[in-house]
Design a protein around this ligand. Structure first.
Ligand SMILES: Cc1cc2nc3c(=O)[nH]c(=O)nc-3n(C[C@H](O)[C@H](O)[C@H](O)COP(=O)(O)OP(=O)(O)OC[C@H]3O[C@@H](n4cnc5c(N)ncnc54)[C@H](O)[C@@H]3O)c2cc1C
Ligand code: SF4
Ligand code: SF4
Length: 416
């Protein structure tokens, strides 16, 4: 029997590759460093191009929705997939088609096979959390840095004895024939971009943080409020290209941030009474079929200002006074707003550098680059090494899924 395929990263791309390989009879080891799989797509609320909100089934009061996701349910049921969450790659050696991979599995504080998601531990301790109502495995997570008295009580009272606060990490070594990199992207935390005050002013947030706020199943129940005082946010400003197309941070365009900013602007303008949105931009880049988001935003009354923000000042009541240089009018404009949303650059995730170095891969703008830049096989990044989704550079979900399918096809061809 052939050795299994290792898929690193269980976001949309990694899950697609894993399930489709498994459906074709290939054994797969799917690892993710987090306790919950799904990656960034888990927290997007409505997603373009279909504006699907993903919440399909009724849950209960505590867990209000379950995300319909073929791949995530298949993750649990498909016997050819060994899913290892809370796991990182420590070392890769061996030769292509016979890689030896050392894995470190983090302590299993909550046994997902035993957890029945009753919510008792979350009620008594801040160390336990429900990552998402749709999380897979269906289990709460535990953060040891937040250990409190409640955590010990939760361990004692858990009805299924799923909690073990003394759990230890373990190691495992596996041999795999192929490696699929699907480690996705990270939204840059724009703390170093001083002019916007992110990390200092509470009402300055990123687009991923806005998605959590807008989500009716998110921590604020979908109420569009100012983080500083919980007051309704009526005037919202978005600023594009934060850290992208900027020699000080990332010189490349992050490709999808214009579209997701417009998606959020439309949700606010169309669904929130009194919600007024301004978008400050250098260029609006809505590639492919997504031009409709730009048209719909203009129809919905979203204001577009071509220029740059030059100053953000917070007043005593936490209103943000913003000065924008309008490059079309050649003058400075002033705005009073409740929430400033930064469309921050998408950057390679932490740890990718080491994997790239260990496997001797090429790079493109910090992401994984194709082994042969002249070839159309962008998903082939080394001998028996493939990549799909955000790890190749900013990509939307359908593109990530298509790349994952291309990887599956390459691996299956190689096994014939
Ligand atoms: C604000 C915002 C809104 C968006 N809205 C949309 C939208 O409406 N429609 C759309 O199509 N796309 C949207 N996107 C893009 C979408 O999030 C991506 O296309 C999608 O998440 C890519 O999936 P992925 O599997 O490649 O990566 P990710 O979702 O990033 O998943 C990567 C996985 O790999 C794991 N991982 C990372 N490093 C390691 C490691 N070293 N070891 C083990 N595991 C690791 C991570 O924990 C994660 O689970 C949006 C993005 C943003 C930022
Ligand atoms: S108390 Fe136990 S069963 Fe209930 S959610 Fe917490 S870990 Fe899961
Ligand atoms: S997609 Fe838009 S916001 Fe993002 S970097 Fe490119 S131009 Fe800037």
């Amino acid at each position: 029997m052939s050795d299994p395929v290792l898929v690193i990263g269980a976001g949309v791309a990694g899950m697609t590759a894993a399930v489709e390989l498994a459906d074709n009879g290939v054994q797969v080891v799917l690892v993710d460093r987090k306790s919950t799989i799904g990656g960034n797509a888990l927290n997007l609320y409505k997603a373009f191009p279909t504006d699907d909100c993903f919440y399909c089934f009724e849950g209960n009061r505590w867990r209000p929705g379950i995300r319909k996701c073929f791949y995530r349910s298949a993750m649990i049921d498909q016997p050819n997939i060994e899913l290892m969450t809370n796991t990182i790659i420590q070392d890769i050696s061996g030769t292509p088609s016979k890689f030896t991979v050392k894995l470190v599995i983090g302590p299993q504080y909550v046994d997902p096979k035993k957890c029945i998601m009753c919510g008792l531990c979350v009620e008594v301790s801040e160390a336990f959390a429900l990552e998402s109502p749709q999380c897979q495995p269906q289990a709460v997570t535990y953060d040891p840095s937040k250990l409190d008295e409640g955590a010990k009580k939760a361990e004692q009272d858990c009805p299924t004895k799923a909690i073990s606060l003394d759990a230890n990490p373990s190691e495992k070594t596996i041999t795999v024939s192929d490696i699929v990199l699907a480690t996705g992207y990270h939204e840059m935390q724009p703390v170093a971009v001083d002019e916007y005050g992110y990390g200092v002013l509470q009402n300055v947030i990123t687009q991923l943080e806005l998605a959590r706020i807008l989500d009716p199943n998110g921590p604020l129940g979908g109420r569009l409020v100012r983080p500083s005082d919980g007051r309704e946010a009526k005037r919202i400003m978005m600023i594009q290209c934060v850290g992208s197309r900027d020699e000080n941070y990332y010189p490349f365009c992050s490709k999808i941030c214009c579209v997701f900013a417009l998606k959020h602007a439309n949700i606010i303008a169309n669904e929130r009474a009194d919600g007024r949105v301004s978008v400050v931009y250098m260029d609006i880049r809505t590639y492919d079929r997504h031009e409709r988001y730009y048209r719909e935003a203009r129809e919905a009354g979203v204001e577009f200002v071509r220029g740059r923000i030059s100053r953000v000042v917070s007043t005593e009541d936490d209103t943000l006074e913003i000065t924008v240089y309008d490059s079309l009018l050649d003058k400075y404009l002033r705005f009073s707003i409740d929430l400033l949303v930064l469309s921050s650059a998408l950057e390679p995730p932490e740890g990718l550098d080491e994997i790239i170095k260990t496997l001797g891969l090429k790079t493109a703008s910090g992401y994984v680059g194709p082994a042969d830049a002249a070839s159309e096989d962008e998903v082939v990044v080394g001998e028996h090494v493939y990549a799909c989704g955000g790890v190749l550079g900013p990509a939307e979900i359908p593109e990530s899924v298509n790349q994952a399918r291309a990887v599956v096809s390459k691996i299956l061809q190689g096994r014939k």
